[in-house]
Design a protein around this ligand. Structure first.
Ligand code: ZN
Length: 304
């Protein structure tokens, strides 16, 4: 049993109240139930830090669910179809037609997906997702470009709808490829892209239309290749040209703003927001910084 002084010191280092250590044990998020992109590159320590952070987020999520009415999940029961068809069915259910998704984060929240930030410093993890008690969660790294965050959200949604049966199967390349195809089809529906006369599209044209679809230039080039609007050779030279202009790692000149959470905004930036913050800090024995870390980048400002 640590001394009172040691406890104080631990609490302040970990940014929690001392009472935090007296709380009941909580169930850790199970690694086998979670989708990780780039699992091979992800060190076990980083993965475990991200999952421990997510475990803490679950307490916060439960608190939110108890105090506020949050939309019920509507995205179950899609297993079986291929990624392209799954994305089409989902888009139809969301009444999107051939249009771009204006705000994917809002659409996810409206359909019962809970979205939070990855709290740990985990540069190698873009995002991960899992189902818990019938509720889908996505954890997002919000330090990426707005375009990349949208793709990551769409990719994780793909895992949630197509791979809900995680059974510790090595979540290898096949599932990653499926989630990428789903994301691509969700953000850039075939009919919509086909109607834009993009056969053999030049780089300037791709840059013009990537703004329309709110995706990265590379993601659109990849989609055009998938839809056979760019030949293998055209796709390769487009990728080279885009990479030379800096589009492999960023989106130069992009004015797309990262999407933010409507739910968290309503709770923490509505009327009575400072009382709400006090309440959650007290109920969960967290510091303001710790609380903020669960929604970093998903709310427009730091919480009051
Ligand atoms: Zn993945």
């Amino acid at each position: 049993m640590p001394s009172a002084v040691a406890l104080e010191s631990l609490a302040s280092s970990l940014e929690v109240g001392v009472a935090f250590f007296d709380k009941d044990e909580i169930d850790l998020v199970d690694v086998s139930a979670v989708s990780f992109r780039k699992l091979s590159k992800t060190s076990a320590a980083q993965r475990d830090a991200a999952l421990a952070g997510a475990t803490m987020t679950m307490e916060f999520a439960d608190w939110l669910h108890e105090k506020y009415s949050i939309p019920d999940p509507t995205i179950a029961g899609f297993n079986g179809a291929d990624p392209e068809t799954t994305a089409e069915i989902l888009r139809a259910g969301w009444h999107l037609g051939d249009r771009p998704i204006t705000n994917l984060l809002h659409a996810l929240e409206a359909n019962g997906v809970r979205v939070f930030s990855i709290t740990a410093d985990t540069r190698e993890i873009d995002a991960f997702s899992f189902w818990r008690d019938g509720v889908p969660y996505i954890f997002l790294s919000t330090s990426k470009t707005a375009e990349r965050q949208r793709f990551d959200l769409a990719h994780e949604l793909g895992h949630l709808v197509m791979h809900a049966d995680f059974d510790a199967v090595p979540q290898g390349r096949e599932r990653e490829a499926e989630a990428n195809s789903f994301a691509s089809a969700l953000l850039m529906p075939a009919d919509g892209v086909m109607s834009q006369g993009m056969r053999g599209a030049s780089v300037p044209r791709i840059l013009q239309y990537k703004t329309y679809w709110k995706v990265s230039a590379m993601a659109l080039a990849n989609r055009l290749h998938q839809l056979r609007l760019l030949s293998d050779w055209q796709y390769r030279s487009t990728c080279i040209e885009l990479a030379q202009a800096g589009y492999r790692t960023s989106e130069p000149d992009s004015s797309l703003v990262p999407e933010t959470s409507q739910i968290l905004r309503k709770v923490f930036f509505g009327a009575k927001s400072s009382r709400v913050t006090q309440e959650v800090l007290r109920d969960l024995n967290l510091t303001r910084n710790e609380l903020q870390s669960h929604m970093e980048g998903l709310v427009p400002f730091s919480i009051a």
